[in-house]
Design a protein around this ligand. Sequence first.
Ligand code: CO
Ligand code: ZN
Length: 334
Amino acid sequence: MIELIKKLCESFGPSGRENTVRSLIIEELKKNGVDFTIDTLGNLIVTKESKESQDAKKILIAAHMDEIGLMVTFIDEDGFLRFTNIGGLLKNTLPGRKVVFENGTVGIIGQEKIKNTKELVLDKLYIDIGAQSHEEAKSKVKIGDMAVFLAPFSREGNRVMAKSLDNRIGCAVVLEALKKLLSFSLPNTVYFVFTVQEEVGLRGARPVAYRLKPDFGLAIDVTRVGDTPEPEFNTNVALGKGPTVKIKDSSVICHPQVTNLMIKVAENKNIPYQPEVLERGGTDAGAIHLVREGIPSGALSIPCRYIHTPAEMVDLDDVKNSVSFLSELLKVSW
Ligand code: CO
Ligand code: ZN
């Protein structure tokens, strides 16, 4: 699974340009003989029909493939690029970072002179791709091109560090659970969906939920932790203490039918779990629960440090427990 996580994290996939990530996932599906469809916006859908009962419930599992990124807005006369954000970039983590475009062009984020850190806004930053003229820059990069952080994957003991663990780790968890469940006959029909454009406002999940008309929705994503020095958020969620059962975030108040079932399954199967109340941030469940007449939804999150920076961190026990948790959840009737 480590190799898969590394490949997924190191690949290029800002919102709306998820094709490389999708191809990697498709490669894994094909290796396992799994059929799939892709909708018009690029969501990747795997359906596992229940053969057990006529009135089997339909469950939509959603993990977003996209990551935050940068988009070129302007190329100046000396060949420096100005950019806007794709999703929630944290401006104080940007200066000095390397970024890479889809065609492989690498740049460094530079910063203009500022008097104090409050002046650090995106307008004060630029991308330097080493071009020595406007023409040279234009030959490599166009207005509207996207870049993502260039950051290698690392592992230290039980922890992995990489860019875009939000949410490639969720994709890996869903893929592993799907593989584990291949030989099982399930009481529910399950749609395993790898969504697009979550980071820009949960956009891919909405039409795919509309199309599939599920009875329940469950997002698989990362969540913030409070176990670092003077954390920014008040939360008991910590790395290594298990996946979370989301209760609320800014996008959804999870349906008690879903959270209660999650807690029951975790307790019955002795899977460690943590209750999650995320004060800022959302997930695909936020979009799914508002589709059609409303779809009771929840989320299973993988605790993650330094979310939306070029170096995020998760614990491998949490990852393994998330795979078990998701698999067990899908083996019971909803
Ligand atoms: Co995110
Ligand atoms: Zn996410």
